[in-house]
Structures are given as structure tokens and as C-alpha cells.
Design a protein around this ligand. Sequence first.
Ligand code: HPA
Length: 268
Amino acid sequence: MKEALDRLVEKLDGLAPTAALVLGSGLGVLVDQVEDARRISYTELPSFPRSGVSGHAGEVVAGHFAGTQVLMLSGRAHYYEHGNAAAMRPALEVLAGIGISHLILTNAAGSVDPEMGPGSVMMITDHINFSGSNPLIGEPSDRRFVGLTEAYDASLRRAIEKAAKATGTALHQGVYMWFSGPCFETPAEIRMARVMGANAVGMSTVPEVILARFLGLKVAACSVITNLAAGMTGAELSHQETKDMAPVGGARLATILRRVFEEGLPES
Ligand code: HPA
């Protein structure tokens, strides 16, 4: 981890961002909006994930976004790739180590709510970990008992809500349910998810939220809805649809996030 941290600091060449974004499937377009970009492939950073999922680039892009220094992780490791829920732990530890204090996670997700169709953006207010796993399993210290009552930072959420209003961008809010994947859910699982209080379902983000809270980072997360969940339309789901549809909501999310950074991230 020390080697990755030193190499990243060297590559940042004087930049000292305090905010980071993790970009999900099809959301890599955000990196094109980074000015003065330093790009560092994950392969140059020991312990960073080697993501094998198409639609995930696997690079750090740091620079200025809406006038603010920011670091973007384009590409993430998923639990379903190797069965390791803590796959993002080294990368997030490096971010904490270079002084990142605010983390905004993004993902592509399926909607459980017929009123929240493809192209919608949903800010995650809370989550349900339905994967059966946890990235802190094996962590020996008492720090593993992380409280998640306020996992999604209230002031960051307010900032995102305000930015959506100011830009006239529709923003849904709801609960994200983490399924392990990699297969999509069944219609019965989606009916269960709805009864249990989920608004969207997906295969990522939750382990990163848990790890980020473990590391003391403030967290917010937004889903870009790429499809109505299994059984809701009669059509079969596919990763291609996720990749094709993510940029639609992704453009909306980019508008919101740009405004958040223009306004400046909240201190507390
Ligand atoms: N289910 C799980 N993950 C997803 C979906 C979905 O319907 N759409 C995009 N990611």
C-alpha cells in the first residue's frame, strides 16, 4: 500500500484533492470533464484492482473538475469477480492516505419502482446488504464494528439535492439493495426487494460504503438507473443494456455533480 501511495502522490504532481469519485459502468464519461488531467492506470499502482469487467477502465484520473481538485477512480472491483468483498480496500486506503476526506460513489442500477425508469438518477439514502458478505470480515481490530446509522453523509446529501434543484435535474432518492451478482436477479427476488424496502438493486457500491466509513471518509452515492428490474417489463436484462443506458442518466448525474463541485463540498 505504501508503494501505491508514494507512486500516486508522485503522479499527482502537486495536486492534493480532498474529494474522490468512483465511477461505475458507463459513467467513465465524467473523466472527460476533468481539466489538467493526470491519468494513472491501475496497473501502475500495486494493490489497485485489476478489473476485468467491460465498461470499467481501470485508471485514476485526477485534475480539476468544476474548479475543484478531484480524483476519479474510473473502474472498480466487484465482489462477484473473485468473491472478495474487500477488493476495493487497498485503493480506498490509498485515497484516505493521500488526504481524501469525501467520497462520492456512482453505479448503474436496476429500478424496482416503475415510476423511476431508465435514465433516472437516484441518490442513495440508505442500503440493504443482501449479498451475505461484508468487506470487514477478517478485520481483527474493534474498528470493524462500524456504525452505519448515518452511512450516507447528511450534508453531502443536502449538497447533491441542492445541486439537482439548482440545475433543474430530476433526482430520485431511495434505498439501494446490494445483490452479489454477477447474474441479474429473478422476478421473485425483485418482488422481495420491493417488499423489503428497496428502490434500486445493484452489484456494487455497498462494500465501498462500508470500507469508506471504516476509514472515516464522508460518503455519498448515486445510482444511474439503466433498466427496470427483472420481471418488470418482460424483457431479459443484459450487461450491454447497462453499458448502453448508463450514459443517459450519467449525463444527468454529471450535471448535478458539476454543480456540487462548483458550489464547493460541505465541510462537515
Ligand atoms: N440488477 C443488478 N445490477 C444492475 C441492474 C439490475 O437490474 N442494472 C444495472 N446493474
